[in-house]
Design a protein around this ligand. Sequence first.
Ligand code: AMP
Length: 192
Amino acid sequence: MLNLVLFGPPGAGKGTQSERLIGHYNLVHLSTGDIFRANIGGNTELGKLAKSYMDQGQLVPDEVTIKMLQSEVEKHSNAEGFIFDGFPRTVAQAEALDLFLATKQTEIHQMLSLVVPEEELIKRLLERGKDSGRADDQNESIIHNRIEEYNNKTAPVADYYKSRFKLSEVEGVGSIDEITDRLYAAIDTIKK
Ligand code: AMP
Protein backbone atom coordinates (compact mmCIF):
# COMPACT_ATOMS: atom_id res chain seq x y z
CA MET A 1 0.00 0.00 0.00
CA LEU A 2 0.96 3.62 -0.41
CA ASN A 3 -0.71 6.05 1.96
CA LEU A 4 0.04 9.73 1.55
CA VAL A 5 -1.08 12.87 3.30
CA LEU A 6 -1.26 15.86 0.98
CA PHE A 7 -0.83 18.80 3.29
CA GLY A 8 -0.85 22.57 3.09
CA PRO A 9 -2.86 25.67 3.94
CA PRO A 10 -6.20 26.46 2.28
CA GLY A 11 -5.54 27.35 -1.36
CA ALA A 12 -2.23 25.45 -1.56
CA GLY A 13 -3.56 23.26 -4.40
CA LYS A 14 -4.18 20.01 -2.49
CA GLY A 15 -7.39 19.15 -4.36
CA THR A 16 -5.96 19.89 -7.82
CA GLN A 17 -2.79 17.91 -7.19
CA SER A 18 -4.62 15.00 -5.53
CA GLU A 19 -6.64 14.50 -8.72
CA ARG A 20 -3.41 14.03 -10.64
CA LEU A 21 -1.70 11.77 -8.11
CA ILE A 22 -4.60 9.33 -7.80
CA GLY A 23 -4.43 8.43 -11.50
CA HIS A 24 -0.66 8.12 -11.51
CA TYR A 25 -0.36 5.91 -8.41
CA ASN A 26 -3.80 4.27 -8.46
CA LEU A 27 -4.85 5.63 -5.10
CA VAL A 28 -8.19 6.54 -3.53
CA HIS A 29 -8.63 10.27 -2.87
CA LEU A 30 -10.29 11.11 0.45
CA SER A 31 -10.92 14.82 0.94
CA THR A 32 -12.69 15.58 4.21
CA GLY A 33 -13.76 19.00 2.86
CA ASP A 34 -15.38 17.32 -0.19
CA ILE A 35 -17.11 14.75 2.02
CA PHE A 36 -18.47 17.48 4.28
CA ARG A 37 -19.70 19.44 1.23
CA ALA A 38 -21.41 16.31 -0.15
CA ASN A 39 -23.18 15.94 3.21
CA ILE A 40 -24.22 19.58 3.15
CA GLY A 41 -25.58 19.04 -0.39
CA GLY A 42 -27.50 15.97 0.82
CA ASN A 43 -28.80 17.91 3.86
CA THR A 44 -27.69 15.16 6.27
CA GLU A 45 -27.32 15.68 10.02
CA LEU A 46 -23.54 15.53 9.59
CA GLY A 47 -23.80 18.15 6.84
CA LYS A 48 -25.83 20.50 9.03
CA LEU A 49 -23.34 20.19 11.85
CA ALA A 50 -20.30 20.64 9.58
CA LYS A 51 -21.85 23.66 7.86
CA SER A 52 -22.13 25.57 11.14
CA TYR A 53 -18.33 25.40 11.49
CA MET A 54 -17.36 25.67 7.84
CA ASP A 55 -19.40 28.85 7.37
CA GLN A 56 -17.24 30.47 10.05
CA GLY A 57 -13.98 29.15 8.65
CA GLN A 58 -13.52 26.97 11.74
CA LEU A 59 -12.51 23.35 11.96
CA VAL A 60 -15.24 20.75 12.45
CA PRO A 61 -14.69 18.98 15.83
CA ASP A 62 -12.17 16.14 15.81
CA GLU A 63 -14.53 13.45 17.06
CA VAL A 64 -16.97 13.94 14.18
CA THR A 65 -14.24 14.28 11.55
CA ILE A 66 -12.26 11.24 12.68
CA LYS A 67 -15.35 9.01 12.75
CA MET A 68 -16.36 10.14 9.29
CA LEU A 69 -12.87 9.59 7.85
CA GLN A 70 -12.66 6.07 9.31
CA SER A 71 -15.97 5.08 7.80
CA GLU A 72 -14.80 6.36 4.39
CA VAL A 73 -11.61 4.29 4.59
CA GLU A 74 -13.72 1.22 5.47
CA LYS A 75 -15.68 1.69 2.23
CA HIS A 76 -12.52 1.02 0.18
CA SER A 77 -11.23 -2.26 1.53
CA ASN A 78 -9.55 -3.15 -1.78
CA ALA A 79 -7.70 0.14 -2.19
CA GLU A 80 -4.01 0.07 -3.12
CA GLY A 81 -3.56 3.15 -0.99
CA PHE A 82 -5.02 6.53 -0.12
CA ILE A 83 -4.33 10.19 -0.52
CA PHE A 84 -5.66 12.01 2.50
CA ASP A 85 -6.43 15.58 1.48
CA GLY A 86 -7.39 18.03 4.22
CA PHE A 87 -6.94 15.36 6.89
CA PRO A 88 -5.34 15.20 9.45
CA ARG A 89 -5.78 18.87 10.36
CA THR A 90 -4.98 18.54 14.08
CA VAL A 91 -2.42 16.52 16.01
CA ALA A 92 -5.31 14.57 17.61
CA GLN A 93 -6.49 13.60 14.11
CA ALA A 94 -2.96 12.51 13.15
CA GLU A 95 -2.71 10.32 16.26
CA ALA A 96 -6.14 8.81 15.61
CA LEU A 97 -5.19 8.10 11.99
CA ASP A 98 -2.00 6.29 13.04
CA LEU A 99 -3.89 4.11 15.51
CA PHE A 100 -6.61 3.38 12.99
CA LEU A 101 -4.22 2.46 10.15
CA ALA A 102 -2.26 0.22 12.54
CA THR A 103 -5.45 -1.82 13.03
CA LYS A 104 -5.35 -2.34 9.23
CA GLN A 105 -1.65 -3.36 9.38
CA THR A 106 -0.68 -0.26 7.46
CA GLU A 107 0.54 3.30 8.07
CA ILE A 108 1.08 6.75 6.57
CA HIS A 109 4.18 6.49 4.41
CA GLN A 110 4.74 10.18 3.76
CA MET A 111 3.31 13.64 4.21
CA LEU A 112 3.81 15.93 1.22
CA SER A 113 3.50 19.52 2.34
CA LEU A 114 2.81 22.18 -0.31
CA VAL A 115 4.53 25.41 0.66
CA VAL A 116 2.82 28.60 -0.57
CA PRO A 117 3.16 32.18 0.78
CA GLU A 118 0.11 33.65 2.51
CA GLU A 119 -0.53 36.52 0.04
CA GLU A 120 -0.64 34.00 -2.80
CA LEU A 121 -3.15 31.84 -0.86
CA ILE A 122 -5.56 34.71 -0.34
CA LYS A 123 -5.33 35.68 -4.02
CA ARG A 124 -5.98 32.08 -5.14
CA LEU A 125 -8.90 31.54 -2.76
CA LEU A 126 -10.68 34.74 -3.81
CA GLU A 127 -10.14 33.76 -7.46
CA ARG A 128 -11.48 30.25 -6.84
CA GLY A 129 -14.50 31.73 -5.01
CA LYS A 130 -15.62 33.44 -8.22
CA ASP A 131 -16.71 30.13 -9.73
CA SER A 132 -16.39 27.41 -7.06
CA GLY A 133 -19.66 28.47 -5.44
CA ARG A 134 -17.91 28.02 -2.07
CA ALA A 135 -19.08 30.69 0.37
CA ASP A 136 -15.93 30.16 2.43
CA ASP A 137 -13.82 31.24 -0.60
CA GLN A 138 -15.77 34.44 -1.20
CA ASN A 139 -15.40 36.30 2.06
CA GLU A 140 -12.03 37.65 3.08
CA SER A 141 -12.76 37.47 6.81
CA ILE A 142 -13.69 33.75 6.56
CA ILE A 143 -10.51 33.16 4.55
CA HIS A 144 -8.52 34.84 7.33
CA ASN A 145 -10.20 32.62 9.93
CA ARG A 146 -9.30 29.53 7.89
CA ILE A 147 -5.68 30.59 7.63
CA GLU A 148 -5.62 31.33 11.37
CA GLU A 149 -7.07 27.89 12.16
CA TYR A 150 -4.39 26.45 9.89
CA ASN A 151 -1.56 28.33 11.62
CA ASN A 152 -2.80 27.51 15.13
CA LYS A 153 -4.09 23.96 14.87
CA THR A 154 -2.95 22.45 11.58
CA ALA A 155 0.63 23.63 11.03
CA PRO A 156 1.83 21.57 14.08
CA VAL A 157 0.71 18.43 12.24
CA ALA A 158 3.72 18.86 9.92
CA ASP A 159 6.03 18.61 12.97
CA TYR A 160 4.24 15.43 13.99
CA TYR A 161 5.30 13.77 10.71
CA LYS A 162 8.69 15.51 10.63
CA SER A 163 9.65 13.97 13.97
CA ARG A 164 8.78 10.59 12.45
CA PHE A 165 10.95 11.33 9.36
CA LYS A 166 7.91 11.34 7.12
CA LEU A 167 7.73 14.96 5.97
CA SER A 168 8.60 16.14 2.44
CA GLU A 169 8.20 19.83 1.73
CA VAL A 170 7.36 20.68 -1.87
CA GLU A 171 7.31 24.18 -3.30
CA GLY A 172 3.67 24.89 -4.21
CA VAL A 173 4.23 27.91 -6.46
CA GLY A 174 4.61 27.51 -10.23
CA SER A 175 2.53 25.91 -12.95
CA ILE A 176 0.23 23.03 -12.01
CA ASP A 177 2.40 20.69 -14.11
CA GLU A 178 5.61 21.83 -12.44
CA ILE A 179 4.16 21.21 -9.00
CA THR A 180 2.86 17.78 -10.04
CA ASP A 181 6.35 16.88 -11.27
CA ARG A 182 7.84 17.93 -7.93
CA LEU A 183 5.32 15.75 -6.12
CA TYR A 184 6.05 12.76 -8.38
CA ALA A 185 9.75 13.18 -7.69
CA ALA A 186 9.18 13.33 -3.92
CA ILE A 187 6.89 10.28 -3.95
CA ASP A 188 9.20 8.26 -6.19
CA THR A 189 12.03 8.85 -3.73
CA ILE A 190 10.04 7.28 -0.91
CA LYS A 191 8.84 4.39 -3.03
CA LYS A 192 12.42 3.32 -3.76
P1 AMP B 1 -11.28 22.16 2.59
O1 AMP B 1 -12.19 21.77 1.47
O2 AMP B 1 -10.22 21.14 2.86
O3 AMP B 1 -10.73 23.56 2.41
O4 AMP B 1 -12.17 22.20 3.91
C1 AMP B 1 -13.25 23.11 4.04
C2 AMP B 1 -13.70 23.19 5.48
O5 AMP B 1 -14.14 21.88 5.92
C3 AMP B 1 -12.65 23.59 6.49
O6 AMP B 1 -12.51 25.00 6.57
C4 AMP B 1 -13.20 22.98 7.77
O7 AMP B 1 -14.27 23.76 8.28
C5 AMP B 1 -13.80 21.67 7.28
N1 AMP B 1 -12.80 20.56 7.34
C6 AMP B 1 -12.28 19.87 6.28
N2 AMP B 1 -11.42 18.92 6.70
C7 AMP B 1 -11.39 19.01 8.06
C8 AMP B 1 -10.66 18.33 9.08
N3 AMP B 1 -9.78 17.36 8.80
N4 AMP B 1 -10.90 18.70 10.37
C9 AMP B 1 -11.78 19.67 10.68
N5 AMP B 1 -12.46 20.37 9.77
C10 AMP B 1 -12.29 20.06 8.47
